[in-house]
Design a protein around this ligand. Structure first.
Ligand SMILES: Nc1ncnc2c1ncn2[C@@H]1O[C@H](COP(=O)(O)OP(=O)(O)OP(=O)(O)O)[C@@H](O)[C@H]1O
Ligand SMILES: Nc1ccn([C@H]2C[C@H](O)[C@@H](COP(=O)(O)O)O2)c(=O)n1
Length: 689
């Protein structure tokens, strides 16, 4: 997951391959709760790992439910059988409506019937999301429920520690036109108290988001409760209903998450030779309502083929066909349509989406505002959006920094704007907000998208040894969410590989005929592997060996050979991958990435550098004297500067940075400021050279 302050998406050009989607949030949180309420043990497979499921898991554990992780995305839930083991708990539910609403209902009933008291709270936005209609229904039943802040909103206290008789004879009335989660919450909770009598729920107002109720009913059936539905107005939980664990259950992949990739397939030309984009984990027979997004992208012109537990999507009609759609049945996925509308042949209207206003943010206002930043004309109604497309020739598109409102769906759907025909980058602020439902969304996106190498920004740091290139490059890569190339490491690996292969790399031996060619061949076949922080040369873990001064000297010697440099060139260029690269070495800006957007030449006085290296080695417990280190680094500098092939020197147009008197953070800030200048043009990272 990208933990950066922002993520710059370079212009994207095509997409192909396979996407494995994470588990459905709606199903995961429902089955976690149901498994916890049931008697017996339930094994849940492919459970979503995200912020929203984490808060549900933490809450269930706080209530005394044992949940063991028994494999990747597999959980074993030891159900409580409807019996409280904790009579008091304070639960934090983040911004997860799928946790807050059902837990409120279930705990209110359990607390009232068994004598307990629980507090439920969330993040600030959760405390702005209405829950009053659900509380009214619970109060009708006779459950003590108290709002601890504003009436009708979390934080809440349910139960008062005493037991209360419930009024179950009359039908329970609940509003269905603000959020379908109120009805879901009651449906999930009431089987806890339906052993003796049937319980009816009557929906007031037109029920929205009906497909989510279908998911609830399907999950209830899996746990042994068959709810009788009379239209969408009345639901009856039969007398004697009781939760029974199904033993094991597989969670479908998330159909709302599929929408981003269905949309991607609709707008991205497939890479040459590819059949399109295959989305795995969910098929046309999905029980999730957002699968109907398929109808919407088909209506806009995409070809979608249903396969067993998968979807294959291809761009067909271009530009897309504009749509006018009632989106009440796909409220979450419909946000994706708002961005697709930018690529349409006329204005699109998304109707009946008033529920957007009480989601993670006011999504109607948020989408209108961010679409306008891209240059679109948008009309925002109380329950609709009318979106004018942007010209297919690229005119009118503006480079934008998309504010994401701590809303995962805003972040994910605006990623699609990176396919703009103007080929301008799109900045997504606070990309980690996708953790709510799809922590690896951007990694998954980059894995199936392609673009011209020239669009992938590179930031180069060159300079003499121990000037702090590696430290600076690592920090910059982390803050920008970019890949990192430590090119010196490749030369060090080669020096070590030569030693392991019995090739002498000392000066006289290097002059021998055939030696340079042998080293070039070795460089082409380097059996290197990166595993997290570890570097492997074949079967040997060499991370520590590579950092020795001897390895640095050997690297400097082999690096002087043109055969070696030529052999490593392609390997280095292959590090240029989405979303960007920070590369450090001696010739990053001069030879390997001459088109880099920003080139920095980093120096510090030889004395400072020797002192830094001394401190570095001391910290690692490696003995060294200042005098030896100074002599070594001066010798290395001299060889690196004076060689004929790719000598160490500032690249043309490079920014010079002497960090002798700077802290690491000051150097980082300086380069980020330069980077910002490079990126501030209308076309993104056009470069500042
Ligand atoms: N501005 C700075 N002030 C003080 N110490 C620094 C600064 N920048 C880097 N250092 C320290 O200097 C040491 C050498 O830094 P680093 O390994 O990043 O240099 P390098 O240029 O990548 O070296 P090499 O070319 O040998 O790989 C590290 O211990 C690092 O923490
Ligand atoms: N782009 C590069 C990177 C490194 N080298 C050579 C010269 C260095 O002395 C040696 C070790 O590099 P370090 O890990 O200290 O950065 O490798 C080069 O020629 N070109």
């Amino acid at each position: 997951m990208y933990q950066t302050a922002f993520l710059d998406l370079p212009p994207l050009m095509s997409a192909a391959g396979r996407v494995r989607l994470p588990g459905s949030k709606s199903i995961s949180n429902r089955v976690l709760l149901l498994a916890a309420l049931s008697a017996g043990c339930t094994t849940l497979h492919e459970v979503l790992e995200s912020d929203d499921t984490q808060v549900m898991l933490a809450a269930l554990r706080a209530l005394g439910c044992r949940i063991d992780a028994t494999g990747a995305q597999t959980l074993q839930v030891h159900g409580l059988g409807g019996q409280l083991v904790q009579r008091q708990a304070q639960l934090f539910l983040g911004n997860a409506g799928t946790a807050m609403r059902p837990l409120t209902a279930a705990l209110a009933l359990l607390a009232a019937t068994q004598g307990a008291q629980f507090e439920l709270a969330g993040v600030a936005r959760m405390h702005e999301r209405p829950i009053g209609d659900l509380l009214d229904a619970l109060r009708q039943l006779g459950c003590p429920v108290q709002c601890l802040g504003q009436e009708g909103y979390p934080p809440l206290r349910v139960g008062d520690g005493a037991q209360h008789a419930l009024r179950l004879d009359e039908a329970i009335r609940v509003r269905g036109d603000v959020s379908s989660q109120f009805l879901t919450a009651l449906l999930l909770a009431l089987p806890l108290v339906s052993a003796q009598q049937a319980i009816a729920i009557e929906v007031q107002g037109e029920l929205i988001s009906k497909p989510y109720i279908d998911i609830t009913l399907a999950m209830l059936a899996r746990f042994g409760v068959q709810v009788q539905r009379e239209g969408w107005e009345r639901f009856v939980i039969p007398a004697g209903s009781q939760y029974r664990s199904p033993g094991a259950l597989h969670v479908e992949a998330d159909a709302s998450s599929a929408s981003y990739f269905l949309a991607l397939g609709a707008i991205a030309p497939p890479s040459p030779g590819s059949a399109g984009l295959r989305i795995e984990g969910v098929g046309l027979d999905s029980i999730q309502g957002d699968i109907r997004f398929v109808d919407a992208v088909r209506a806009m012109g995409a070809e979608v083929e249903g396969q067993p537990n998968a979807l294959l999507v291809r761009r067909a009609r271009w530009p897309l066909r504009a749509i006018d759609l009632d989106c009440n049945h796909i409220p979450d996925a419909a946000m994706t349509l708002a961005v697709l509308a930018l690529y349409a042949d006329g204005p699109s209207v998304l109707r009946n989406i008033a529920s957007w206003r009480v989601k993670e943010t006011d999504r109607l206002a948020a989408m209108a505002c961010e679409l306008r930043k891209l240059g679109a004309q948008v009309e925002e109604g109380s329950d609709y959006l009318r979106i004018e497309p942007l010209p297919a020739d690229g005119s009118g598109w503006r480079s934008a920094s998309i504010h994401t409102y701590d809303d995962h769906r805003v972040a994910m759907c605006f990623a699609l704007a990176a396919f703009n025909p103007a080929r301008i980058k799109v900045r997504i602020e606070d990309p980690k907000c996708v953790a709510k439902t799809f922590p690896d969304f951007f990694e998954t996106l980059f894995a199936v998208c392609q673009t011209d190498a020239a669009h992938i920004p590179v930031l180069c740091i060159d300079g003499p040894t121990a000037s702090g290139k590696g430290t600076l490059a690592t920090e910059l890569a982390q803050r920008l969410g970019y890949h990192r190339l430590d090119s010196g490491l490749l030369y060090r690996l080669l020096g070590l590989a030569a030693e392991r292969a019995g090739i002498d790399t000392r000066a006289p031996a290097l002059q021998q005929p055939g030696c340079a060619a042998a080293l070039g061949q070795l460089a082409r076949e380097l059996p290197l592997r990166f595993e997290g922080q570890q570097v492997w040369l074949g079967d040997e873990e060499v991370s520590a060996a590579l950092r020795s001064e001897a390895a640095g000297m050997a690297a400097s010697r082999v690096a002087a050979l043109p055969e070696v440099r030529a052999a490593l060139l392609e390997l280095q260029r292959n590090f240029r991958r989405l979303p960007g690269l920070v590369a450090d070495g001696r010739d990053m800006g001069t030879v390997v990435f001459p088109d880099a957007a920003l080139k920095v030449y980093l120096t510090a006085s030889a004395e400072q550098r020797a002192q830094r290296r001394h401190l570095q080695l001391m910290a690692q417990g490696i003995p060294a004297t200042m005098a030896d280190l100074l002599a070594d680094l001066q010798a290395r500098d001299e060889r690196d500067r004076s060689r004929s092939a790719a000598p160490l020197k500032p690249a043309e147009g490079a920014r010079l940075l002497d960090n002798s008197e700077q802290s690491i953070e000051q150097s980082v800030q300086q380069v980020l400021d330069w980077w910002q200048v490079c990126n501030s043009g209308p076309n993104g990272p056009a470069g500042c050279l």
